[in-house]
Design a protein around this ligand. Structure first.
Ligand code: SAM
Length: 211
């Protein structure tokens, strides 16, 4: 009987210690997996056939360095490494997406070529990239212009679905997808060509008369 009581008390004490440890540890674990700030857009994947078109339009080759800004599950950087043998870097602000990307990179066996980093894309120096891929929002593309302006000449930028107001794309591709839907892909090559105003087809002078 005495032994039974000791067992029970020890069990209860141990359970309490365990609960306290969990209570202390859980918020820290949760905080670790929360983005440092609200992401500018949540994860929506680019379909694989559209990823293929983006990499083809950007003419990604083995010697390229590809940056995917907001890499989600890592599909673009993984495809760049697998299909072209390029070195690729994926950046995402969401630690969960970073974890998912890293797991996918490992599954695809391209850890030697692909690096995933938890970063805010608006704080990145992009100058090492020779190809930049985007699937963000039109206003986020525009917010990136000061960073894209610093890219080396000849760097290709491809964006799924969204253009960049004020910058003339080199190619605007309509992608007729196998499932019947349509996606857009835009290509720019640096230096970016800005729309600097407008030029009319003809300039004429007219003297008015009162009739
Ligand atoms: C629409 S998804 C695109 C994912 C991937 N590039 C693709 O095309 O499949 C956008 C990603 O950007 C990330 N994101 C949003 N704001 C960000 C920021 N400021 N810095 C880094 N990543 C960001 C989101 O977490 C999300 O995974």
């Amino acid at each position: 009987m005495m032994m039974m009581k000791i067992f029970l008390r020890t069990g209860i004490a141990l359970s309490l210690v365990l609960l306290i440890c969990l209570a202390l540890h859980l918020p820290a674990a949760y905080a670790q997996n929360k983005p440092s700030r609200t992401p500018d857009i949540y994860f929506v994947p680019t379909p694989h056939d559209v990823v293929d078109v983006m990499l083809r339009l950007a003419d990604v080759k083995k010697n390229d360095i590809v940056y995917d800004l907001g890499c989600g599950d890592g599909r673009i950087v993984i495809a760049a490494a697998k299909k072209a043998g390029a070195r690729a870097f994926g950046f995402d602000i969401d630690p969960e997406m970073v974890e998912t990307s890293r797991a996918n990179v490992k599954k695809a066996g391209v850890e030697n070529l692909v690096t995933i980093a938890e970063k805010d894309i608006f704080e990145l120096d992009l100058r090492k990239a020779s190809v930049v891929t985007l699937y963000l929002l039109p206003e986020l593309n525009v917010r990136l212009i000061p960073q894209l302006d610093k890219l080396k000449p000849g760097t290709r930028i491809v964006s799924h679905d969204f253009d960049m107001e004020g910058v003339i794309p080199e190619v605007e591709a309509t992608v007729n997808r196998r499932d019947g839907s349509i996606s857009m892909v835009y290509l720019w090559t640096t230096p970016l060509k800005k729309i600097t105003g407008y030029t009319p087809d003809r300039r004429i002078e007219i003297t008015s008369e009162l009739r």
